[in-house]
Design a protein around this ligand. Structure first.
Ligand code: ADP
Ligand code: MG
Length: 627
């Protein structure tokens, strides 16, 4: 029979270190968090060899009294909570009381500290968890902790250390997060005697972002803020998000802070992605720096050893608030791509090609940066938005699903209904939305672009992208209201397909039926089409199935059905829209332009490409050297 024994404190600490201290950056995080908790206004971090040789954190905080030094490095010893109830009132970054014990167990640690009201400081040295006697020392008020030879006594961990450069990358990222969460603290970071960061205290998060990521990124950010006024358990959301013209190929520039600590939360990342849906090209990720302030009683921070993940009591409420806040902000912000000037822009457009998402978005970013904003469109959108969103954030969330009540605007191809503009009628509060420039003068060129004069200058519109956007929004609104027109066939039409095609269609029958496509199995490789979307009335059922099958097969692994539905709506809108290359009559041009203002985001096609570029009169004047 095996004997059960109590583990020694060294083993306990090593086990804890295994969880909390993964690499040098974890030490930096724990030490700097302690310094922030100590009320420091200045924190200096010095690193040698990616932190493997040395990590030193110095602060000017409250310090530790000499007779408490021993306790500070003991496990389960903390000054931050006293009993279990305190776990739901945590206002500090630390509370588990195991970081110093863990670090001291796997390194050579020197702790030197002096509270401001003590004359002398004290020093404690710990080697692999064994403490030397405490010695008095002279030192400035505050605390310095120096950690050398990390993992010297845990060879397995030591083996997992990466190159100096990689470890330093993790440390820089740690400092970035801590510095974003505490903009009022002065941080410095040194590596091998070289100053990596000097971040003076600032009062505004935007300034800290500028210091860390450069003024160009910071200046282009859109500020957001929302709180639920009526609720005593208020959730306050503030911070910055990037214009969709600035995005990244990964989600590393998404910083989410909760009550002063950086967290990772899949659900909130999803909300962010949803807010940008249709504004970014596939494979691009939004940039954000968001602060959530939540009463500590509404969130459990004690679910993850490094507290990177937390558990919200009501996650869906926060999800809604984030999504709603961003959506309504975008509606009231002019996100149009402006001023891509011919010489450089067209050359780049040529090279980039529509499919090259990174290049296209760079081009778009460049174009966007050329000029300021259009006050007319901006106020137009603002009016639209305030009509649409009477209530707070959760009201705004509905926008995602519920659109303006567009009646009689049958989703048909423009060329098949030249007089369509007359049939457009808007009910409800959105009647105030009218084309801002009356009836614009417009010209189709190369069977693909519409050149439109407006009071600011001129716009070049991608006819397909714009139409696709309008149709996509109509489709989305109707699908969410269950009001999609579908064309019922008198006699269901059998369509022969490959076995795999029939299978994938029938598997998604339910989603497809939301889009007005009714399918029945007909044995073997044949499916019966009983009804299909009226928007695709000009295509044969076989053609419609063909496009949808392609989309379904491209999905690969089983996607969330909501994403699938959205992708299928993109496919339908793309198919139904006038083509790049279709010649339009003047009536058709006018019909298309008159619908433009019905789309909530007519600046981007559903894939996130811009639908229009703007050249202001001032730019034209300047190019022609008239000013
Ligand atoms: P925790 O932060 O979870 O309380 P730690 O092991 O990180 O646990 O620290 C133990 C205790 O040591 C803290 O509760 C705090 O009282 C003290 N301490 C650690 N670092 C500092 C510091 N830089 N300044 C003042 N006190 C500190
Ligand atoms: Mg701590």
């Amino acid at each position: 029979m095996p004997t059960i024994r109590q583990l020694s404190s060294h083993v306990v600490n090593k086990i804890a270190a295994g969880e909390v201290i993964e690499r040098p950056a974890s030490v930096v995080k724990e030490l700097v968090e302690n310094s922030v908790d100590s009320g420091a206004t200045r924190i200096d971090v010095a690193i040698e060899q990616g932190g493997v040789a040395m990590i030193r954190v110095t602060d000017n905080g409250c310090g530790i009294a000499a007779d408490q030094l021993q306790l500070a490095i003991a496990s389960h010893a903390t000054s931050k909570i006293a009993d279990a109830d305190d776990l739901f009132r945590v206002g500090t970054l630390g509370f588990r009381g195991e970081a110093l014990a863990s670090i001291a167990e796997v390194s050579r640690l020197v702790l030197r500290s002096r509270p401001a009201d003590c004359e002398a400081g004290a020093e404690l040295e710990v080697v692999g968890g064994r403490a030397e006697p405490i010695r008095p020392v002279g030192c400035p008020a505050g605390t310095t902790i120096e950690v050398r030879q990390l993992f010297f006594n845990t060879p397995v961990r030591h083996k997992f250390l990466r190159t100096t450069q990689t470890e330093m990358g993790h440390i820089t990222e740690s400092i970035t997060r801590l510095a974003l969460a505490a903009p009022r603290v002065h941080f410095t970071l040194n590596h091998g005697g070289r100053l990596v960061h000097d971040l003076p205290p600032v009062t505004n998060l935007r300034e800290r972002i500028a210091a860390l990521f450069g003024a160009e990124l910071a200046d282009g950010l859109i500020e957001i803020e929302s709180s639920e006024e009526q609720s005593p358990e208020q959730i306050h959301l503030s911070g910055f998000v990037a214009n969709p013209s600035h995005s990244r190929g990964n989600n590393r520039l998404q910083y989410l802070m909760l009550n002063g600590r950086t967290i990772r939360d899949r659900s909130l990342q999803h909300a962010l992605g949803e807010a940008y849906r249709g504004l970014l090209l596939t494979g691009r990720y939004p940039i954000c720096f968001l602060n959530l302030k939540i009463p500590p009683s509404l969130v459990d921070v004690n679910v993850h050893p490094t507290k990177l993940e937390v558990r919200f009591q009501d996650g869906s409420r926060i999800y809604s608030q984030l999504l709603g806040t961003l959506r309504s902000k975008f509606l009231s912000t002019d996100l149009v791509a402006r001023g891509a000037f011919p010489d450089r822009a067209s050359a780049e457009a040529e090279n980039s090609g529509a499919g090259d998402s990174a290049a296209a978005s760079e081009l778009y970013a460049w174009a966007k940066n050329q000029l300021g904003r259009s006050p007319t469109l901006q106020s137009e959108l603002t009016g639209f938005s305030s009509n649409e969103i009477p209530g707070g954030a959760s009201e705004a969330l509905r926008l995602h699903e519920v659109g303006p009540d567009v009646v009689g605007n049958h989703p048909q191809r423009v060329e098949s209904r030249p007089g369509e503009s007359e049939s457009v009628r808007i009910d409800g509060p959105t009647t105030s939305v009218s084309p801002p420039h009356g009836s614009p003068r417009a010209l189709q060129i190369h069977d693909r672009y519409l050149v439109v004069e407006n009071e600011d200058g001129l716009e070049v519109i991608d006819q397909h992208a714009l139409h696709e956007r309008i149709l996509y929004e109509q489709l989305r609104d109707k699908v969410s209201q269950g009001e999609l027109e579908s064309q019922r066939l008198l006699v269901p039409e059998p369509v022969d397909l490959a076995a795999s095609e029939a299978a994938v269609l029938l598997e998604q029958r339910e989603v497809l039926s939301q889009l007005g496509l009714e399918l029945e199995p007909f044995g073997g490789e044949t499916v019966l089409v009983a009804a299909y979307p009226a928007m695709l009335a000009n295509f044969s059922p076989r053609e419609v199935l063909g496009s949808l099958v392609e989309q379904l097969q491209a999905q690969g692994k089983r996607p969330e059905s909501r994403d699938l539905l959205d992708d299928l709506m993109h496919t339908i809108a793309c198919k139904a829209a006038i083509k790049f290359g279709d010649r339009l009559s003047p009536d058709e041009v006018e019909a298309l332009l008159s619908q433009r203002h019905l789309a909530r985001d007519h600046h981007h096609c559903p894939h996130g490409r811009p639908t229009a570029l703007v050249f202001t009169r001032e730019q034209l004047d300047r190019q022609f050297k008239r000013i």
